[in-house]
Design a protein around this ligand. Structure first.
Ligand code: 2U9
Length: 340
């Protein structure tokens, strides 16, 4: 039996040594140490030995088993390393290959101006509100104190979708909606796309962009209006900017004014952009008309407020030196790429 065991050991160690795959090694293990394996078979024969022989033979058998198992573990590690290095060779990634470059888009110049302007007002505590472009004629005209026979309501000036529904001609209905939903204090900004039935040329378009603002609280005065808008102009165009207010007339505000800023292209010296006046008109404003407050369920005896509105397309064109309004709407990639 001893010789049998020794022979199994010698043959096994040799076989294991020449095994070259994990699978082959496993087959050897089953053949030797499995339930019906060679070594297991020998161990089963131990029953026929004498009491004295059994522990001696048992120890030898255990030593053989341990030697085989030990060799198996070592060979397994060697095979694993070989297999892994083969895998690395076949699945190698060439890290020197250049990647595929992601193309990033950029903001439209109008959106850059909207974002910059919104940031200034957010810094002063305003919220940004939005509303639908298809709007009730009632919210677009009636509630803003626009007379029933005003020319702005004409079919020539306004796109009617229905008797009562228009493409909004200003962002003011956003303020109406906010006032109907919320009691003061209100401090909001409403940027958006608006529509008027205009012929297209270098300075006119049936679709354009506005930002309007509204502040309503107890004790709001014309000084708040001037202070806020002067601060806004200095933030957007630079701290050297001066403002001046000229009286004007709107239906939704009384008193009303237009605000000019010192030309942000020449600093006020006079240039082509400001037609040598040194000033650029940038917005209309005024104290909210009591009729507008009343229609929106706000008590004009308790609350007052100011509002302002500005067209964004012209400001954007001046700021970026864009000579034709049509470029802003054609979305020609060669034009847009210049603002990245
Ligand atoms: C409510 C109350 C008051 C909004 C205002 C202006 C003055 C204004 C024009 C500027 C150039 C429009 O794009 S433009 O043609 N806007 O001058 N807008 S005050 O006043 C409001 C709005 C809503 C409820």
């Amino acid at each position: 039996m001893k010789e049998k065991l020794e022979k199994i050991k010698v043959v096994a160690l040799e076989e294991i040594n020449s095994a070259s795959s994990t699978k082959g090694l496993e087959e050897i293990r089953i053949r030797l140490l499995g339930k019906k394996g060679e070594l297991t078979g020998v161990l089963k024969e131990m029953g026929v030995l004498s009491k004295e022989e059994r522990p001696v033979m048992g120890k030898i058998a255990n030593d053989v088993r341990e030697a085989i198992e030990d060799k198996m573990v070592k060979q397994k590690n060697i095979i694993k390393e070989i297999e892994q290095s083969k895998e690395f060779d076949t699945e190698a990634i060439d890290i020197t290959l250049p990647g595929i470059k992601e193309e990033f888009g950029g903001l439209h110049p109008l959106n850059m101006v909207i974002e910059e302007l919104s940031d200034v007002f957010i810094g002063m505590g305003f919220t940004i509100e939005e509303g639908p472009e298809l709007e009730w004629a009632k919210y677009n005209f009636d509630m803003l104190n626009v007379p029933k026979d005003h020319s702005a309501r004409d079919l020539q000036d306004t796109f009617y979708v229905h008797n009562d529904i228009v493409l909004r001609t200003q962002t003011s209905p956003i303020q109406v909606r906010t006032m109907l939903n919320q009691q003061p204090p209100i401090k909001m900004l409403a940027p958006g796309r608006v529509y008027r039935s205009d012929e297209i040329d270098a300075t006119h378009s049936p679709v354009f962009h506005q930002v309007e603002g509204l502040v309503i609280d107890e004790g709001i005065t014309m000084s708040d209006l001037k202070g806020t808008l002067d601060m806004f102009a200095k933030n957007l165009f630079g701290s050297q900017t001066k403002t001046k207010f000229r009286p004007h007339q709107f239906y939704f505000t009384e008193p009303s004014a237009e605000m000019d800023v010192t030309c942000f292209m020449c600093g006020g010296k006079g240039c082509r952009v400001c037609q040598n006046t040194g000033w650029i008109e940038i917005l209309g404003c005024g104290m909210v008309h009591p009729n507008v407050l009343l229609d929106c369920n706000i008590d004009p005896n308790k609350y007052t407020g100011f509002a302002f509105g500005m067209g964004l397309d012209r400001i954007t064109m001046i700021k970026y030196g864009i000579s034709d309004l049509r470029l802003m709407f054609e979305n020609d990639i060669r034009f847009l790429k210049q603002f990245k």
